[in-house]
Design a protein around this ligand. Structure first.
Ligand code: OAD
Length: 243
């Protein structure tokens, strides 16, 4: 069999757009009617915990009304069938990648279906509403908050992500505007270590010029086509790596 390249995939809000979840930087620059600074910073949580908790309660509840789309399903298929190293790093806090079946997955910006204790750092699966001052089952502090990485906080799993980027042969960014670091810098890290780089997005992202190849269009159309092409040599064992 052809030696499979190591693949790292970064996804953003664009991959879930066709499932009906609003992107962050849509028209007006508002996220579901709110400025990001009003719902996605530690200062916002300290100033108005009720607003921030309610905001994420609504986003969590809305997950029940959406389904993975063809892009999530294609990436889950790639995860299941790819014979080499693969890591899907998502900036999304929805659960659509895992509902589609993805396993080799990291949520670098946290998860709607998780709650975090601001006192002891414990993380717990969370399905329902999360009122402010909910007690932590681990340490007892009335400090449970949405498990979302706010601006100014360190994303999750950066060590694992950096390690994967430093050994990958192919880095693919899907449905992200490239506006938020450190994720926006992953393409440069991967390229520095010699990876080929591909962007799939509806429009050129802020860092589009950093990619060797860009494919513009809806993720639910372009991602299945890309996955089919990538997997073909490993099902036929006849042709070189397809990008
Ligand atoms: P953005 O809303 O900034 O960007 C979404 C990108 O997806 C845009 O470039 C769109 O053009 C593109 N897009 C929209 N629909 C698409 C489709 N059907 N197919 C392909 N692409 C499409 O979202 P992110 O880049 O994910 O952080 O935002 C990064 C982070 O900023 C988020 O994780 C969030 C936010 O603040 C936190 O919550 C910590």
């Amino acid at each position: 069999m052809i030696d499979p390249p190591n693949v790292v995939i970064l996804t953003g809000a664009g991959v879930s757009a066709e499932s009906g979840i609003a992107t962050f930087r849509g028209p007006g620059g508002l996220w579901e009617g709110h400025r990001v600074e009003d719902v996605c910073t530690p200062e916002a949580l300290a100033r108005d915990a009720a607003l921030v908790h309610r905001f994420y309660d609504l986003r969590r509840a809305a997950l029940a009304g959406v389904e993975p789309n063809a892009a999530h399903r294609a990436l889950a298929r790639l995860d299941a069938e790819w014979p080499g190293e693969l890591l899907i790093v998502t900036q999304n806090v929805d659960d659509l990648h895992e509902r589609a079946g993805a396993k080799r997955l990291l949520h670098m910006h946290g998860e709607l279906k998780s709650a975090l204790c601001a006192a002891c750092g414990a993380r717990r699966p969370w399905a329902d509403g999360l009122p402010p001052a909910t007690a932590c089952a681990d340490c007892g502090a009335a400090a449970m908050r949405p498990d979302i990485v706010f601006f100014g906080e360190m994303p999750y799993d950066m060590d694992r992500i950096e390690a994967a980027l430093s050994t990958c042969d192919l880095f693919v960014s899907i449905g992200t505007s490239g506006a938020v670091y450190p994720a926006a810098g992953f393409v440069q890290t991967a390229a520095h270590w010699g990876a080929a780089t591909l962007e799939i997005n509806l429009e050129p992202s802020a860092g589009s010029f950093l990619f060797e190849e860009s494919r513009m269009g809806p993720a639910a159309t372009l991602v299945p086509a890309w996955v089919d092409a990538l997997l073909t040599p490993y099902s036929t064992q006849s042709s070189p790596m397809s990008r």
